[in-house]
Design a protein around this ligand. Structure first.
Ligand SMILES: *Cc1c(COP(=O)(O)O)cnc(C)c1O
Length: 339
């Protein structure tokens, strides 16, 4: 039987065999070779398909740990600020654990699929008239005052769970990649990967990518009003920013910016040419790789953080498919199909 990532990596995680674990069988996501992208950049490029996790994003890796720890600590509710995927994941794991879940999201700024997921799992969605950074600040204060478990990536258990993706990459490749391309929002995931790589003695170049309109780690200062089509990384004050900078510096990597146009081009290219549909934030990693090139790296892993179907609106605005209206009549159908 397949097991969840806590069971599988228990020796590397702050849990013991006696602990009750809340799992939806997250982790063990595929590493898919990307032939076209490999050819474009002249390296062996693989995609870590984190959208294959139960709620469709890598957040589940951290959430199995954060919610299991919350249960162990006797919490009755969990809370988070979210650009969407953390909310969906927290709501799902809280439902599984029988905990209440509240999420604070920037009003009108999260993808519809993520909102639907959160609501379906019975999450209480609080739509804040403000951005993600304000939401995070507020839930941090609330969690200090009340016995509610905060499950954002400021929670150590989140990073512990997320570092397991690095173990899987090294295991699947039979060794470390030369570089890892990853989108950066609140900077928890890049921090977690680096932690995981270090624990297995690996040291790939960490290449983080932010959207130009939300690039505090590239600019070196917070961004008051972050803006980008990639809603999952629309963050102006990354909570794990310093750790992310430390990770790229010790790995000889960098954090760089890509424009929304570059993100959308990569988003479309992956769907049309590689047959894989990711959300715009994930495409930022590919956009960065295409923009800056392999820079001598032989094996590159792009972390594809979430599934494209979560954000139907962006897809409907930017696809290159066609919808053709058709009367129930054979000649018309032939024209519609063959034209
Ligand atoms: C959360 C998220 C990110 C950003 O991860 P951080 O840990 O906040 O840097 C990127 N892509 C997707 C799809 C996400 O859900």
């Amino acid at each position: 039987m397949r097991e969840g990532l806590i069971a599988r990596f228990i020796d590397h995680l702050p849990f013991s065999k006696q602990d009750v674990v809340v799992s939806l069988l997250e982790g063990f996501t595929p590493l898919l070779h990307a032939p076209l992208l490999s050819e474009r950049v002249g390296a062996n490029v693989y995609l870590k398909l984190e959208g294959a996790n139960p709620t469709g994003s890598f957040k589940d890796r951290g959430m199995t740990c954060a919610v299991s720890a919350a249960v162990r600590d006797g919490a009755e509710a969990v809370i988070c600020a979210s650009t969407g995927n953390t909310a969906a994941s927290a709501a799902a794991y809280a439902a599984r654990a029988g905990l209440r879940c509240a999420v604070l999201v920037p009003d009108g700024k999260i993808a519809i699929g993520k909102l639907a997921q959160t609501l379906m799992h019975g999450g209480r969605v609080i739509a804040l008239k403000g951005n993600f950074d304000m939401a995070l600040q507020m839930v941090r204060e609330l969690a200090e005052r009340y016995p509610i478990a905060l499950v954002n990536s400021v929670n150590e258990f989140r990073l512990e769970g997320q570092k397991t993706a690095a173990f899987e990459v090294v295991e699947d490749l039979g060794g470390p990649p030369s570089a890892l391309c990853i989108p950066v929002g609140n900077a928890g995931n890049i921090t977690a990967y680096w932690r995981g790589f270090k624990e297995v003695g690996a040291s790939p170049r960490m290449l983080g990518f932010q959207a130009e309109g939300a690039a505090p780690l590239v600019l070196g200062h917070p961004v008051e009003n972050p803006e980008t089509v990639a809603s999952a990384i629309r963050i102006g004050k990354p909570a794990r920013g310093e750790e992310a900078i430390a990770a790229v510096e010790s790995s000889g990597g960098a954090i760089r910016a890509v424009s929304d146009e570059e993100i959308l081009a990569a988003y479309k290219m992956m769907a049309v040419k590689e047959g894989m549909f990711f959300e715009p934030a994930s495409a930022a990693a590919v956009a960065g790789l295409m923009k800056y090139g392999a820079e001598g790296a032989e094996t590159i892993v792009c972390v594809m953080t979430g599934r494209g179907i979560k954000d139907q609106q962006t897809a409907m605005e930017h696809h290159s498919g066609k919808i053709i209206q058709c009367e129930p009549e054979m000649n018309e159908l032939m024209r519609a199909v063959l034209r």
